[in-house]
Write a protein that binds this ligand. Structure first.
Ligand code: GN1
Ligand code: MG
Length: 383
């Protein structure tokens, strides 16, 4: 299945809970239905439908923030407020048509943009982006191009916001050397006694420690700047118009933080170049599809080449390798820790995910010269 796993029915109890949360938002009309959206690994997400006084149906997204991952949910909310407000103002002012829909927070009855659930959970409400689908795996180069352009436009739209106008809600989120060090620590402690079963994966990672510095060293040298970035540019975080196959907007703004523009390109390359699902068990299916990579470079640079500097443009391939490697490290760490961070639905789920990422790193390494040649040609044509 390529579409994200949408539309799961939920228990009566959960239905009532979500309905109660919905009552605290300034939504008009009668509650009709709720479905769970299962594609994310972190937050719990529900789409609710209301029958409005004008006879029309309206749909909203209700989402509770994962407190284990986001220690300061109100800081997350402040960031999302700053960024959605800024984007909406700019989209209106520039009349920049992003398919006519942008992500907005919908207010609670008390005027805030969030409400507290029974167990202290923080919930927010977004407009539902209508007529759109998301993909866990891209089907064609058009979607890849569109997704990359959408993330490039996102970065462009926030490029005039000072990075310090938002907070770092998860410190060192993309600090790969630190992710690597953490894996070493967890492997040392081996709390679940699982290290013995991951020797190959662990060695694969250990041999590539140098890769972890490939962007940070340029940042430290002052060659690539800190910007406001999305930081979770997984392909299923782009809403694609179901009829036109065109990107409408990007979602999942929780990790919008000061970061490197290349984190966003790299994570997109990780999630959009392989035809295999992130948790595919048949590693033979994991491939780095050159046409997809090419479409990503074209789409991203079409939107972003205006504000990126030369050095950033030269590091696109490095970022693809780095982010794929980083997520592989994170999945392995979570597997060794006993699956405490990412939601899992089967035994060994995080290990399966780790394996696809490491396989993709290998595939990228094999094709890195061709990837670099292509990226350089496009960069030159834009400078
Ligand atoms: C998580 O929530 P979701 O599925 O969009 C994770 C990302 C990982 C991704 C891997 C806050 O994203 O960093 O790249 O899983 N989000 C957080 O699929 O850790
Ligand atoms: Mg996310």
């Amino acid at each position: 299945m390529t579409h994200s796993a949408y539309s799961q029915k939920i228990s009566k109890e959960m239905r009532e809970k979500v309905r109660g949360i919905g009552r605290q938002f300034a939504i008009q009309g009668d509650f009709l239905d709720v479905e769970e959206i299962k594609s994310g690994h972190i937050n719990a997400t529900y789409r609710v439908t209301y029958h409005q006084p004008n006879g029309q149906r309206a749909r909203y997204i209700l989402q509770s923030i994962n407190r284990n991952v986001f220690k300061e949910p109100l800081a997350v909310m402040r960031n999302v407020e700053v960024v959605t407000r800024h984007i909406n103002t700019r989209v209106l002012r520039l009349k920049k048509d992003l398919g006519g829909q942008t992500l907005s927070l919908f207010p609670a009855r008390d005027g805030r943009h969030w409400v507290e659930g029974v167990n202290g959970g923080v919930w927010r409400c977004y407009n539902n982006i209508e007529g759109c689908v998301t993909y866990d795996v891209v089907e064609n180069t058009r979607q890849a191009y569109q997704a990359a352009r959408a993330f490039g436009s996102f970065q462009d739209l926030v490029s005039d916001l000072p990075p310090d106008s938002i907070e770092e809600t998860i410190p060192d989120f993309h600090n790969t050397p630190q992710r690597f060090a953490r894996l070493m620590e967890v492997a040392d402690a081996d709390p679940e006694g699982r290290l013995g079963s991951v020797g190959e994966e662990f060695d694969f990672i250990r041999r590539r420690e140098n890769l972890t510095h490939c962007l940070l060293k340029h940042q430290l040298a002052g060659a690539i700047p800190t910007r406001i970035t999305h930081n979770d540019t997984k392909i299923n975080n782009v809403m694609i118009d179901a009829e036109l196959d065109e990107a409408v907007c990007v979602i999942d703004l929780d990790t919008v933080m000061p970061g490197l523009a290349l984190y966003d390109f790299g994570d997109l390359a990780r999630s959009a170049t392989s035809p295999a699902a992130e948790d595919e068990r048949d590693l033979g299916k994991v491939r780095m599809q050159m046409p997809m990579f090419e479409a990503l470079v074209e789409g991203y640079l079409d939107a972003a080449s205006g504000f990126l500097n030369d050095q950033e443009c030269m590091l696109l391939v490095d970022s693809a390798l780095l982010l794929t490697f980083e997520v592989g490290i994170r999945f392995l760490t979570d597997f060794l820790e006993g699956d405490v961070y990412f939601k899992t639905t089967r035994e060994g789920h995080n290990l399966d995910r780790c394996r696809t990422q490491l396989k993709l790193v290998e595939r990228m390494e094999e094709q890195s010269s061709a990837m670099r040649r292509f990226a350089d040609t496009v960069v030159k044509s834009k400078r």
